[in-house]
Write a protein that binds this ligand. Structure first.
Ligand code: FAD
Ligand code: NAD
Length: 470
């Protein structure tokens, strides 16, 4: 039977799946994308990257007006919070962007199969009662919130919430407890702290932001504390009980010891995300998941079953929208017989707080460990944002740029930044690393003045011990 309905059928229309579907159609492949949500764009556009940034951006203005930052620049204002309007602009952003993907699907002739897809065989899936056969099936089903036993999320109740519920709170909590000092906890904790909530962050490990460079983790912790977030490190939440409209949390030291209780009117559970594979019928396709629930692929995004591919949050690696999208493009280019590659060593990550926190490549600790195997060493150059004229002028003295290079070859192995616009600054570091740059290459690249990015040049100069402005 040669009658395939599609050359490529993508399951899931997040930044992995929708980008893969559009690229497949651009390459001349007959393409469909199954999505069960009412709107396209996945976690990222509906309840993730975009709505969180809408709230972060708006609350940043409010905070600047409320905490005296605007007054410092000669603008005396007393802000009045209109939370429904703030939510309104968040919803507008989501509506505009998800609608935009629908437009792009039509423009590129990608069929949207509305409903949740389930495998019925190696090359067939069922969506809303109809069976479709495809030469290639790309699994891009993304991820969902990891539940915390004993702490039941009820987004409708608006007391114990996950990230989706925390985006939609109808009023500013008096006391918000964030469980997990990772990206979501710090971003959404910052939103509500800026709008007036007391925020306590409970983190299991001895420092926030696991996976990031140790200097960055330590300084970020100092900055967030200065902003008013209280941290309970090396602590775990073991239970939450509703008492009226409040939650009473039981906290225990991570290493064991006496429990304490903490009352909150909102609790945000943000302890990580797990891959979406439930209900997908993987067994009918002959596929299994690994110990972490992920679908394993090779470097080309092929799963163990020929014709089935996987990308994005559902496969191993950082759970980031741009990683998912790049994998989507590479995957369908491979399907089309081209050479699709993602360099997983150069994937930037950004925490969109104020200041922003960004990194790409290895941390200093990882670089030391990796080079020590062959007797090599690292060289590190650091430059404080307080020495950068633009940051200083803008009253943004917090943070630094750190460039980590191989002492022998000078090749850049990692760059870490805390700065108001770190998310924008990290792009040049990623590009330099992709091109195999040395720290000298960055140091001798002319950077416009006055820009925050000059701090990247100075940190690269510091690798050789010769920055100008410190
Ligand atoms: P998803 O975006 O999760 O999309 C998967 C889609 O598949 C979903 O729409 C789902 O409905 C659909 N689906 C699942 N199963 C089926 C099925 N059986 N049939 C049909 N459809 C199905 N990342 C960043 O890079 N930057 C950020 O600023 C950022 N902010 C975030 C903020 C929050 C609050 C959250 C929760 C996440 C954030 N992320 C961010 C992470 C980012 O959202 C994910 O890494 C990204 O969305 C993963 O893309 P994906 O395509 O793999 O999956
Ligand atoms: P995370 O993995 O970033 O952080 C979870 C934190 O919770 C960790 O620090 C972990 O040690 C801690 N933790 C785990 N169990 C705990 C417990 N029982 N008690 C206390 N602390 C506990 O996860 P997240 O913040 O939920 O985010 C999920 C994913 O979404 C991340 O992988 C991230 O990449 C992605 N995301 C990215 C962005 C961005 O790129 N700006 C924004 C939001 C989310």
């Amino acid at each position: 039977m040669a009658d395939y309905d599609y050359d490529v059928l993508v399951i899931g229309a997040g930044p992995g799946g929708y980008v893969a579907a559009i690229r497949a159609a651009q390459l001349g492949l007959k393409t469909a994308c199954a999505e069960g949500r009412e709107t396209l764009g996945g976690t990222c556009l509906n309840v993730g990257c975009i709505p969180s940034k809408a709230m972060l951006h708006a609350s940043e203005y409010y905070d600047a007006a409320a905490n005296g930052a605007m007054a410092k620049m000669g603008i005396d204002v007393t802000p009045k919070l209109n939370l429904p309007a703030m939510h309104g602009q968040r919803l507008d952003a989501v509506k505009g962007l998800t609608g935009g993907i629908e437009f792009l699907f039509k423009k590129n002739k990608v069929d949207w199969l509305k409903g949740y897809a389930e495998f019925t065989g190696k090359d067939t899936v069922e969506v809303a009662g109809k069976t479709y056969r495809a030469r290639n099936i790309v699994i891009a089903t993304g991820s969902s919130v990891t539940p915390l036993p004993g702490v039941e999320v009820d987004n409708d109740g608006q007391v114990i919430v996950d990230s989706t519920g925390a985006l939609e709170l109808a009023k500013v909590p008096e006391h918000m407890v964030v469980i997990g000092g990772g990206v979501i906890g710090l971003e959404l904790g910052s939103v509500w702290r800026r709008l007036g909530a007391k925020v306590t962050c409970v983190e299991f490990l001895d420092q926030i932001l696991p996976g990031m460079d140790a200097d960055v983790r330590k300084d970020a912790n100092r900055i967030f504390k200065k902003q008013g977030i209280e941290f309970k490190l090396k602590t775990k939440v073991t239970k939450a009980e509703m008492q009226g409209k409040k939650a009473v949390l039981t906290l225990e030291p991570a290493a064991g010891g006496d429990a304490e209780t903490l009352e909150a009117d909102v609790v945000l559970v943000s302890i990580g995300r797990r891959p979406n594979t439930e209900g997908l019928g993987l067994d009918k396709a002959g596929l299994a998941v690994n110990a972490r629930g992920q679908i394993e692929t090779d470097h080309d995004f092929r799963t163990a079953v020929p014709g089935i591919w996987a990308i994005g949050d559902v496969i191993p690696g950082p759970m980031l929208a741009h990683k998912a999208s790049d994998e989507g493009i590479a995957c369908v280019e491979n399907i089309a017989g081209q050479t699709g590659i993602v360099n997983h060593d150069v994937i930037p990550s950004v925490v969109y707080t104020m200041p922003e926190i960004a990194g790409v490549g290895l941390t200093e600790e990882q670089a030391k460990e990796r080079l020590s195997v062959s007797g090599g060493e690292v060289k590190v150059g650091k430059f404080p944002m307080a020495g950068n004229s633009r940051a200083k002028t803008n009253h943004e003295p917090d943070g630094f740029v750190k460039v980590i290079a191989d002492a022998k070859t000078d090749r850049v192995l990692g760059v870490w930044i805390i700065a108001s616009v770190a998310g924008t600054m990290i792009a040049q570091a990623a590009q330099a690393m992709e091109f195999g740059a040395t720290s000298e290459d960055i140091a001798y690249t002319c950077h416009a003045h006055p820009t925050h990015s000059e701090a990247v040049k100075e940190a690269a100069m510091a690798v050789m011990g010769k920055p100008i402005h410190i």
